[in-house]
Design a protein around this ligand. Structure first.
Ligand SMILES: [Zn+2]
Length: 187
């Protein structure tokens, strides 16, 4: 971790300097699994909170014991999709936001996703994600004549946050995920 000038490349990817920023948010090796786990943890918590808020009786008391089902609420007005690809006529590469809330009555699609980025890149990451889902929202509006909204929760790996969210708990989850990654890499 400390740059000694002799061997400062990341011990995992050996491509980039091993800075804290690199390890907690930019290493291609960790991106394959560890960052995804951290991201899914934050999304699972959002999913849990959404369901709790809609008044659903959940069989788990805490979000961390809870694993979202791919589809919940079928048959009702509001369906929540977890990690599902949206089937579109046109090929769209970014078609799988963490959570989709589909309201058949109000005819709305809400795409929700979280991202954990290096703390200095929170704003950049938000812009990136907005762009990422632009094609998908246009396509959804076009195919089903519904209103779409994208909600992003961007959290810096050590807790910086963008926007105005109810996020203390989400921050904690991101930070715990980061601590887990650091422990794994550094020991
Ligand atoms: Zn690396």
């Amino acid at each position: 971790m400390l740059n000694t000038g002799t061997d400062s490349k990341c011990r995992l990817c050996q491509q980039f300097d091993e800075t804290i920023d690199h390890t907690i948010s930019a290493c291609p090796i960790l991106a394959k699994e560890q960052y995804i786990k951290r991201h899914d943890g934050v999304c699972a918590q959002i999913h849990f909170n959404i369901r709790k808020e809609t008044g659903v009786q959940l069989d788990k008391k805490h979000w961390y014991e809870y694993f979202p089902k791919s589809v919940t609420g079928q048959g009702g007005n509001v369906t929540i999709l977890w990690n599902q690809q949206v089937q579109t006529d046109r090929i769209i590469s970014n078609n799988k936001p963490g959570i989709i809330i589909r309201d058949n009555e109000k005819r709305t699609y809400m795409l929700i996703d979280a991202a954990i980025s290096g703390d200095r890149n929170v704003i950049k990451k938000e812009a990136e994600k907005i762009l990422k889902y632009k094609d998908l929202t246009i396509e959804i509006q076009h195919m089903w004549n519904v209103k779409t909204k994208v909600i992003l929760v961007i959290i810096g790996a050590t807790g910086t946050i963008s926007g105005n969210h109810e996020v203390k708990e989400l921050q904690k989850t991101a930070i715990l995920g980061t601590a887990h990654i650091l422990r794994k890499v550094l020991t």
